[in-house]
Design a protein around this ligand. Structure first.
Ligand code: BLA
Length: 517
């Protein structure tokens, strides 16, 4: 139990969860041969759903099961290649004699080019508040365009998504640089305990799941206790390979994740990914205590809302960034002026020390040229800085280096953690440095469960099996020996300054050369 450190977790990051050949039992999957639309592979639950055994379904064509006229129309649409156009199609299947069952049919072509049809039970029309739903989405968007700040804005999103779907709990979950996730907004049933402000470790969502989220931005698990069904036959007979279910809506989640949900007391989940510049920025995670199904159209509307709204989040983030960037640009040109007024750039930087610190929101800085160190603001002792520079020379090759936890990398830094738990360093010609320091900021992180007991290890028949933790109880961690993190704009500003310094050095060398003539 809790042997996280001893276990090689990298295997989890390679698991091909899109090839496991299992779907959730509330729907049926067909792999189709084209152009005949003959079913070549299906799922093992056709008996329960159509009253036809899987072996008997194989080799039938779609028009054997559904209205041939409708299938003809679909064929035309499939020629048009735009499958979104047909999704979802209400399909009427003849089930045992004269009975009909209506499905939502969703088509897609997978990465290997195979046409896949997935069928989900269609909920009768009056249960889909689609029109009011559209109005809701519109109202949400209107409200969201008000000038709320980012946090309030996220709070509005979770409120709207909860209203649209009726889930017990809706959270907005944002990933940090280490890929841990913070719940930054939440709307829930009153009597549920809040998760707002909690942090969940990166390993709760392994890499393959994150990758899938980038191509398939909404996922529903209507029943976390339902037993997955195998595909039949297991491999795709057209190429004898496992079929790629990346874009499938029915793909079963891995057993590990289902157990995780059950341990958390979740009966159903809906997850919408928020993608920025091709990367997973965060998720909208919806939980229900009991099983809950949400029709495809409603899910699509949520996905749409997620996208529209997220564009707004990105824009706001960028505006906040933009204002700061503008401020840094002004500071930087002040520094350039100061450097060109003095005999050497070092004197300029020291004279304009306030700006040197403001450029990165640091509290101390040092300019180390050869054996000489000029200090500005709150810094370690000169001697400590000289050793630090030796360490940098030995261990760092890149032109800019930054850390918010220097004492973890360089043990001697514990002695001056109060002034330099954070270090940002840029090399200027011949391994000289400008350094910026930030003090230790002791922080409390509220984890949703002890992050050092993320997994429990069981041995089943001699093999090691990992299972999710059982407890999600608040676990407070006091984080020491860390500063506030350096922002990308600050790092960029430092690189710009380096360029300016290089220019000034070149110019001064030029001037010296001319004087010598
Ligand atoms: C997947 N883990 C996930 C997903 C989420 C989380 C959102 C994607 C779910 C989906 O595709 O619908 C995690 N969910 C959370 C968290 C919250 C939440 C943190 O609501 C917080 C409130 N996970 C573990 C362990 C393992 C594990 C121990 O904790 C494995 C040993 C695995 N999680 C795991 C896997 C997936 C996953 C394999 C992918 C599931 C799949 O799509 O097949």
């Amino acid at each position: 139990q809790g042997k996280t450190q001893d276990i090689n977790l990298s295997k989890l990051d390679e698991a091909p969860i899109h090839l496991w050949g299992q779907i959730q039992p509330h729907g049926v999957l067909f792999v189709l041969e084209e152009p005949s639309l003959k079913i070549v592979q299906t799922s093992n639950n056709t008996q329960e759903i159509f009253g036809i055994a899987p072996e008997k379904i194989l080799d039938q064509t779609l028009d054997d099961i559904f209205d041939p006229f409708q299938i003809e129309q679909i064929k035309n649409a499939l020629f048009g290649e735009n499958l979104d156009f047909v999704n979802p199609t209400k399909l009427w299947a003849r089930v045992q004699g004269d009975e009909y069952v209506i499905f939502d049919g969703i088509f897609h072509r997978n990465a290997s080019g195979y046409l896949i049809l997935e069928l989900e039970p269609a909920i009768s029309q009056e249960n889909i508040p689609f029109l009011s739903f559209y109005h809701l989405a519109k109202a949400s968007i209107n409200e969201l365009q008000s000038n709320a700040n980012l946090r309030e804005f996220c709070q509005i999103i979770v409120k709207e998504v909860r209203q649209m779907t009726g889930f017990d709990r809706v959270m907005l979950y944002k990933f940090d640089e280490q890929q841990h996730g913070d719940v930054i907004a939440e709307n829930k049933l009153e009597n549920l305990e809040p998760y707002l402000g909690l942090r969940y470790p990166a390993s709760d969502i392994p890499l393959p799941a994150r990758r899938l989220f980038c191509s398939n931005s909404i996922r529903i698990i209507p029943d976390a206790k339902a037993k997955p069904v195998q595909l039949f036959p297991i491999n795709n007979p057209l190429d004898e390979n496992p079929v790629d279910l990346t874009l499938s809506i029915l793909r079963s989640a891995s057993g590990c994740h289902l157990e995780y949900l059950r341990n958390m007391g979740v009966g159903a989940s809906l997850t919408i990914s928020l993608i920025k510049d091709g990367e997973l920025w965060g998720l909208i995670a919806c939980h229900h205590q009991t099983p809950k199904y949400v029709p495809y159209e409603v899910r699509k509307a949520c996905e749409f809302l997620g996208r529209v709204v997220f564009a707004e989040i990105s824009a706001r983030e960028e505006t906040e960034d933009y204002d700061y960037r503008m401020k840094l640009t002004a500071i930087q040109s002040g520094l350039v002026d100061a450097m060109s007024l003095e005999e050497t750039f070092v004197e300029g930087l020291v004279k304009d020390g306030g700006n040197l610190l403001n450029l990165t929101s640091a509290q101390g800085a040092a300019i180390c040229i050869g054996d000489n160190c000029q200090l500005v603001g709150r810094t370690p002792k000169e001697e400590d800085i000289k050793y630090l520079v030796q360490w940098l020379k030995k261990n760092v090759n890149q032109e800019v280096f930054y850390t918010d936890s220097l004492p973890h990398l360089y043990a001697d830094a514990r002695n001056f953690k109060e002034v330099a738990s954070g270090l940002l360093a840029v090399t200027i010609s011949q391994r000289n440095y400008v350094l910026w320091f930030r003090p230790e900021v002791i922080q409390t992180v509220n984890w949703g469960g002890d992050p050092s007991h993320v997994y429990e290890a069981k041995t089943a028949e001699g093999t090691l099996q990992l299972s999710p933790r059982k407890s999600f109880e608040l676990w407070k961690e006091t984080v020491r020996l860390k500063s506030l993190p350096w922002k990308p704009v600050e790092i960029k500003a430092v690189l710009e300054l380096k360029k300016a310094i290089t220019n000034i050095i070149l110019r001064q060398a030029d001037e010296l050369a001319q004087l010598a003539h």
